[in-house]
Every structure is written in C-alpha cells, then in structure tokens.
Design a protein around this ligand. Structure first.
Ligand SMILES: NC(=O)c1ccc[n+]([C@@H]2O[C@H](COP(=O)([O-])OP(=O)(O)OC[C@H]3O[C@@H](n4cnc5c(N)ncnc54)[C@H](O)[C@@H]3O)[C@@H](O)[C@H]2O)c1
Length: 265
C-alpha cells in the first residue's frame, strides 16, 4: 500500500474529487480526515470508507476560517499524532457556476468569497498544518487549481484569479519548505464529471462541445484521485513546486489556445 499509516487531511472531501481521493487514500492505507462544510455527505464518506475496512474521521470545517483549519489539524494529531498529507481541494464550485462573472458585472461579495475559500482557504489550512509538518521534517501539501488558470475561461473571473494565485503560492511554498522535507504541488484538472458539473453535463449540446475539446474523454474524479495518490506518495519524491495538468488533452487542443475552429477528425 502506497500510503500505509500516513495521515491525510482532505478538504472538500464530501463530494467529487475530494471524496474519490479520500476513498482511494484509505484503500492505500492512509488514515483520512474528511474536512468539509457538508456534514451529511462528509459523514457518508467516512461510513463508506469504514465499510471497506478503512479508517476515516469527519470534521465540519470551513477552510476560510482559521479556527476550523486548526481544529481539523488538531483532530489528525489528536487521533494519530501526526499529519503527513494536506490536500487543499475545497472550492465554492456552486458559487462559481451560478454567480461568477466577467469583472465589470462581478459582484464584489462573490469575489471576496471566492478568494477567501479557494485561495485564502489553502493558505489557512497550510498555516495550520505546517508547524506539525516542519517538526516532523516531512510532509506533502497538494493544492488545487484548474486549467482555467492557464487558458482563459471567459466569465469566471474570481475563480480564475483565485486559482492563478494557488499556482503562484505553490511555487513559493515549495521553495520555503523544501528544507523541511515538505513537498508542495498543484493539481490542475480539466473538466471532471462531478456534482458541480452536472448542469451542463446533462445538456447534450454543452456536453458534446466539451467532449469535442478533449483528446481522450472528460475526466472522472478517480482520474484526479490517482494523480493525488502519486503526488502524495514517495513515488513522487523528486516533484515539488510543480503544477501538474490533468485534462485529457484539453489544454493541448489547438482551439483552446487560438480560439480557432479546429476540430478532431
Ligand atoms: N470538477 C471539475 O471539472 C474541476 C475542474 C478543475 C478544478 N476543479 C477543482 O477541484 C476541486 C474539487 O472540485 P469538485 O468538482 O470535486 O467539486 P464539488 O463541488 O463536487 O466538491 C467541492 C466540495 O467542497 C466543499 N466546500 C465548499 N466550500 C467549502 C469551504 N468553505 N470549506 C470546506 N469545504 C467546502 C463542498 O461542500 C463540496 O463538498 C475544486 O477546487 C475545484 O475548483 C474541479
């Protein structure tokens, strides 16, 4: 098992990518803290993990709140006396879908919430986790951006700004904490079929347009979980400060960069 007895704290683990990762990490021997605002679904993830013979604890945690961040880290240490992996995965995806806009029509409160959760949340969780990881002289922090931070997605300007910040923060953190044996990397997924993507996914026109821009297929949460496992495990010991894109070829596709009308034949 790749994460035997490692302790992993995963934010936003009640749903989607975080949920798939919590389950995979537990199967690989990790003891997992499922940290999320969504108590019902978060507890269900821990029950599912226990039913498979794994170990997980739920904590209600708002990543934008330093007291909650500290409580989540304290739970890991109280239970298992260490924290090996922090996966900053939570983001206000519903807010992004429903209320994000281009700058001139973007509500300031939406901007503030997006930055507070998707960017500052990763900072606060890392701030809470780092003293333990530094004392251990060992740790892995995974942050979450998106392909939208690399090529423009019109009309979701607070989301892309927060995620762009994540990529920059990852690089500076990697430099700062390498001497403590702590690796910091970003995962940038393309389109992954999770709850927050269901509105357009269920629309055949939008779905086939999205499928046409991928070289392979749209992503599944388990695709991202496998990358997170690799980056959290010792197999990626030489990778830090990187932004790893996992998008089925989306950003390699010519029309994404050119805005042109190139289609696969
Ligand atoms: N699904 C995609 O296509 C896609 C693409 C690129 C990047 N991402 C990123 O991957 C991550 C996971 O996305 P997903 O599709 O699994 O989303 P999701 O909506 O399925 O899950 C997000 C989870 O985060 C939790 N959450 C929201 N705000 C929170 C807060 N303040 N504190 C704690 N938990 C909070 C939600 O309750 C939910 O359980 C996000 O960072 C997202 O931006 C997703």
């Amino acid at each position: 098992m790749q994460l035997h007895e490692r302790v992993a704290l995963i934010t936003g683990a009640a749903s989607g990518i975080g949920k798939a990762t919590a389950k995979l990490f537990a199967r690989e021997g990790a003891r997992v803290i499922v940290a999320d605002l969504d108590e019902a679904n978060g507890r269900k993830v821990t029950t599912d993990i226990a039913a498979e013979g794994g170990t997980a604890e739920f904590i209600r945690c708002d990543v934008a709140n330093i007291a909650d961040a500290r409580s989540a880290v304290a739970l890991a240490i109280g239970k298992w006396d260490r924290l090996d992996i922090l996966y900053n995965n939570a983001a206000p995806t519903r807010l992004c879908n429903e209320h994000d806009r281009a700058v001139h029509e973007l509500d300031e409160a939406v901007w503030d919430t997006m930055i507070n959760v998707a960017l500052k949340g990763a900072f606060l969780m890392a701030k809470a986790a780092l003293p333990t990881m530094m004392a251990q002289m060992r740790g892995v922090i995974l942050n979450t951006a998106t392909v939208d931070a690399l090529i423009a997605e019109p009309g979701v300007d607070s989301y892309t700004a927060a995620k762009g910040g994540i990529i920059a923060l990852t690089r500076s953190m990697a430099l700062n904490y390498a001497k403590y044996g702590i690796r910091v990397n970003t995962i940038s997924p393309g389109y992954v079929i999770t709850e927050c993507q269901m509105d357009w996914y269920n629309d055949p026109v939008a779905r086939s347009a999205a499928e046409a821009t991928h070289l392979t297929r749209l992503g599944q949460p388990e695709d991202i979980a496998e990358l997170a496992l690799f980056l959290a495990s010792d197999k990626s010991a030489f990778i830090t400060g990187s932004n790893i894109v996992i998008d089925g070829g989306f950003t390699a596709f010519k029309s994404q960069a050119s805005g042109g009308d190139f289609f696969r034949t």
